[in-house]
Design a protein around this ligand. Structure first.
Ligand SMILES: NC(=O)c1ccc[n+]([C@@H]2O[C@H](COP(=O)([O-])OP(=O)(O)OC[C@H]3O[C@@H](n4cnc5c(N)ncnc54)[C@H](O)[C@@H]3O)[C@@H](O)[C@H]2O)c1
Ligand SMILES: O=C(O)C(=O)C[C@]1(C(=O)O)C=C[C@@H](O)C=C1
Length: 366
């Protein structure tokens, strides 16, 4: 991959992660960024993710081969006017927004289609801000690319190459199809999660016992209810038609479920769970996909200082290298489950045996 000069507008979770990932892939990329808060830029300069902090959208952007728009979707669209004067004739403007129709239509209205290729990495988190960004966020995730009719084919190939350099899987889609798809698999689930959380908040007992005993089921399905309200407000506003349509279908589906429960229709209830289980289990485990397999184990640990260090020491004493280690938060006992990743199957199996012998409770994901 050739050395590129790349600009970022917005350097939060996604912008920060892509900047870090691109730097990891090629230290010679020259990265400049503008963010609203100077502290973000200072942090990115200090950790080496960017080479230059910009004071605004200005003539420095004329040095860029690529500019990544990484703010909430409506703001991305608003930035087009400010960026246009500084977009070199051969430069590409791309974005990471969760909705594509609004920006594609704005780009077409402004006659910028030859300089634009839409993008959307299908990875993220409920956390916002640069402090949560990392260089591997989009690894193994699909990176949707939505060219315009005038996007130069060689630049589309180059952007695919950038996605691959992040260890993501580039996937070309039409922008309208993209918005239909994400309404179902991303936007609707966020609305379900947030309304469910708010329902439980309203229905809780005076002692808040629902909140107290809420376990894995509730936490797994509602993690994303902690996502950024501004980001989701803008997603819902810009993908309104698709979302209201699939939301209507979902409400109808829920009505059928209610009828089945109310009628005691055991067959219908069985079929609901049977069909969903089969489809859910058929969703491919991307960690076993074309890029690389993940060798990881999960281990219950007690919440006391030194608990992680003890495990790391046991593994190190047996020459087992750890690729990644960290507490994960989408299981029942948030502070108690440690995920440890290894470089290969052998190390992973050896670690499972070893930690089991040491009486740790280990869950193996082969
Ligand atoms: N969070 C996810 O899971 C996820 C995943 C894929 C794509 N996206 C998309 O990525 C984009 C960024 O989301 P994020 O999760 O990184 O959010 P974030 O809140 O972590 O970061 C947003 C960045 O934009 C900046 N910003 C916000 N308003 C701005 C404005 N008016 N002018 C300049 N900068 C502004 C913020 O300061 C921050 O640097 C969004 O378009 C979102 O739809 C998010
Ligand atoms: O994992 C999460 O927390 C996410 O919500 C990531 C997620 C999603 O899967 O819905 C969120 C928004 C995106 O545009 C893409 C990915």
């Amino acid at each position: 991959m050739k050395n590129l000069t790349i600009g970022f507008i917005g350097l939060g979770l996604i912008g920060g992660s892509i900047a870090k990932g691109l730097k990891r892939a090629n230290k010679e990329h020259y990265i400049m960024a503008f963010a609203r808060h100077r502290e973000t830029l200072d942090a990115a300069l200090a950790d080496g993710s960017i080479d230059e902090a910009l004071d605004g959208v200005d003539e420095n952007l004329t040095r860029c081969d690529y500019i990544f728009l990484c703010t909430p979707v409506s703001y991305n669209e608003e930035y087009l006017t400010a960026i246009r004067p500084f977009l070199r004739k051969d430069a590409i403007l791309t974005d990471v927004g969760s909705v594509k129709t609004n920006i594609h239509e704005a780009v077409a209205r402004m006659g910028m289609e030859a300089n634009f290729i839409g993008g959307h990495p299908m990875a993220g988190s409920e956390k916002s801000g640069y402090q949560y960004s990392n260089d591997h966020l989009v690894e193994n995730a699909y990176y949707v690319i939505t060219p315009t009719p005038l996007s130069p084919p060689d630049k589309v190939e180059e952007l695919k190459g950038l996605a691959l350099s992040l260890s993501a899987l580039p996937l070309i889609l039409d922008y309208k199809e993209h918005d239909y798809i994400v309404a179902g698999i991303s936007h609707l689930p966020h609305l379900i999660a947030s309304s469910l959380v708010n329902l439980v908040k309203d229905k809780d007992t005076p002692e808040q016992t629902m909140k107290l005993v809420a376990a894995g089921g509730f936490k797994d399905i509602t993690r994303i209810a902690s996502s950024s309200p501004v980001m989701w407000q803008q997603i819902c506003a810009t993908n309104r038609d698709n979302i209201q349509s699939i939301l209507g279908d979902y409400i109808e589906a829920l009505k059928k479920v209610r009828t089945a429960v109310a009628d005691g229709d055991e067959q219908a209830i069985y079929d609901l769970f049977d069909t969903s289980r089969e489809y859910r289990n058929s969703i491919p485990n991307r960690s076993a996909g074309p890029i690389k397999k993940e060798f990881a184990l999960y281990c219950d640990i007690v919440d006391e200082s030194g608990a992680i260090a003890t495990i790391a020491t046991i593994l190190a004493a047996h020459q087992i290298s750890i690729k990644n280690i960290g507490i994960i938060h989408n299981r029942e006992f948030e502070e108690g489950v440690l995920k440890i990743e290894f470089y290969g199957e052998e190390a992973s199996s050896k670690a499972v045996d070893l930690l089991t012998q040491c009486r740790y409770t280990v869950y193996h994901k082969g």
